[in-house]
Design a protein around this ligand. Structure first.
Ligand code: DHE
Length: 518
């Protein structure tokens, strides 16, 4: 693996760039023990970037523990015998301090990070394995930063490979399901061939990345970044960058991107901005349709870095407030969006280009993991809440709340399948994190609550291609994926995995099944 940073210029960068409150001793300790892998500027190298934005999910106490005891199954050694507790605390304080200025990560840096592992011309024309290519699962193992490709019929692993540190968000696929694309919080994007079971290419498209989306025509990847604040367009054939679009409001205020999704029927990416009240629609058509005519963005030319003809014009939709999380209706005409600190959601009409309704929705709905289905002749959306033990079910025509289902605690992920009468929701937070509910979509009642491993977090469900089986994760280092028969709701198999944070079925994703995330 090519390294981004080398130890020789580490001292210069650290002493020149660091305005944080650490003592000189901490700098020396960092240079001696950490910089070789994590970069003198903390932007990462062989090891992950050490910035508060990237470490957000790791508690400070856990960071102390990692420095003292190392991280199993990674290159991270234990420093508990070399450094005392105060020195480790000082290192933790350093890595949780923001950098004095936003580091440069432009086209040049992105291109320099590109690694082509396999010549695309050398890839086989058919799968080299016997499994149904449409029923494969991509299982992200967050515990030791690996990905396993699993046969969805036999539930046997086909391949396992090391991933960049801290993959986040769902695996994305080419429209034919042949390739999967994964992104890490550190900005690495990888392309993996599900026919020959190997990584084809990788690139670092940002320093702190939110998520990625693949265009409906399979040609482009949009990478949504927190740091730098931009949207990076990659060519899916080799992952090389095509264009960087800086995120700036109409008034010129810079913003992070909350998330980007593809809206296939619209041939566009839809982008929510975290710090300014705008939502963007970005066309990926060679000849963008009329609705983009008056909206072509007008960034200063020197901030725009274009390599090919695709213009990716931006249509801005002004909102009453920034959105953190959102959800589309099936025709991609409406966006149902919410901010994480708000108490209500808004409905944005994508054709009209403005908000058309507000829905009271307290308790931080986690719309990104919402699902849709038919209930008593109407289309509804169901979403868990990150702060309350509730699932809200919302009519997608009137945008009224149809029912609020009480659960044993706040949930993170919800899942179903168009062939299944049941929906699953986990209880991710609090004392009942080992519980998971099965809801009957016909009655909106909880019909079964499972506790597969008492005391251990049960989370994230994905169905097989035909909806016959549901796969649940036990989120522990000695975790598992548990397979349930959706006719009997009984366990049929338990496969060991190292904290399987998420699993994604090729067919459900490329067919955009109503029960899964998009
Ligand atoms: Fe996620 C998906 C945002 C914390 C695991 N998460 C997503 C997506 C967004 C998002 C916008 C959809 C991206 C996509 O699939 O393209 N996540 C956020 C947050 O704002 C939040 C609350 C805070 C943060 O630190 O970013 C957050 N997420 C977490 C975690 O702490 C989780 C549980 C563990 C982790 O790995 O970081 C986590 N998020 C996931 C997973 C998905 C995800 C497994 C994909 C779900 C799916 O099935 O599609």
């Amino acid at each position: 693996m090519k390294r981004l940073f080398c130890a020789s210029f580490v001292a210069v960068v650290l002493s020149a760039g660091s305005a944080v409150a650490e003592t000189p001793d901490t700098e020396t300790i960092y240079l001696e023990h950490c910089a070789g892998c994590h970069g003198g500027d903390r932007l990462g190298g062989m090891g992950p970037a050490l910035l508060p934005e990237n470490l957000g999910r790791l508690r400070k106490k856990a960071a102390h523990d990692v420095i003292a005891n190392g991280r199993p199954a990674t290159q991270m050694p234990a420093y508990g015998k070399k450094l005392n507790a105060a020195e480790i605390d000082a290192l933790v304080a350093l890595v949780y301090s923001p950098l004095p200025e936003v580091p440069v990560w432009g086209l040049e840096e992105i291109i320099a990070s590109h690694i082509q592992h396999v010549d695309p011309a050398a890839l086989p024309s058919a799968p080299l394995h016997k499994a149904d290519p449409m029923n494969l699962f991509v299982v992200v193992e967050g515990g030791d930063h690996h990905v396993t490709i699993m046969d969805g019929d036999s539930f046997e692993p086909l391949a396992r490979f090391p991933s960049p540190y801290a993959l986040h968000g769902g695996a994305k696929f080419s429209p034919d399901g042949r390739y999967t694309y994964l992104a890490s919080r550190d900005g690495w994007v990888i392309k993996y061939d599900l026919h020959s079971l190997q990584v084809v290419a990788e690139i670092r498209a940002g320093i702190n990345t939110r998520n990625i989306a693949v265009s409906g025509d399979g040609r482009y990847i949009a990478v949504a970044n927190y740091l730098p604040q931009n949207l990076v367009m990659l060519d899916t054939s080799d992952l090389k960058p095509i264009k960087i679009i800086p995120i700036k409001s109409l008034q010129g205020k810079s913003s992070r991107v909350s998330a980007v999704y593809t809206a296939n029927p619209r041939n566009s990416f839809v982008v929510a901005l975290k710090d300014v009240p705008e939502m963007w629609e970005v066309s990926y058509e060679d000849k963008p349709p009329a609705r983009f005519a008056g909206f072509v963005h007008s960034f200063e030319k020197d901030h725009e870095e274009a390599v090919v003809a695709a213009s990716f014009p931006v249509r801005r939709i002004e909102l009453s407030g920034p959105l953190d999380d959102f959800f589309f209706d099936q025709p991609y005409r409406h966006v149902f969006g919410a901010s994480r600190d708000g108490t209500q959601a808004v409905v944005v009409h994508m054709d009209v280009g403005r908000e058309i309704a507000q829905v009271p929705l307290p308790g931080m709905p986690h719309l990104g993991s919402g699902i849709t289905f038919d209930y008593q002749g109407r289309r509804v959306l169901a979403t868990p809440h990150l702060k309350e033990g509730k699932v809200s079910v919302i009519d997608m025509k009137s945008w009224e709340v149809v029912k609020v289902i009480d659960t044993e605690g706040p949930g993170f992920f919800m899942r179903s399948h168009e062939n299944s009468p049941y929906a699953w929701v986990d209880v991710f937070f609090g004392p009942n994190k080992d519980a998971v509910h099965i809801i009957d979509k016909r009655t909106l009642n909880i019909v079964k609550t499972l506790r597969p491993v008492p005391g251990k977090t049960a989370a994230h469900i994905e169905y097989t291609k035909d909806g016959r089986y549901a796969l649940l994760s036990i989120w522990e280092m000695d975790g598992a994926v548990i397979v349930y028969d959706m006719e009997t709701l009984e366990e049929v198999k338990r496969i060991p995995f190292v904290k399987p944070v998420g699993k994604y079925n090729v067919w459900n994703k490329i067919s955009r099944d109503e029960g899964t995330s998009h």
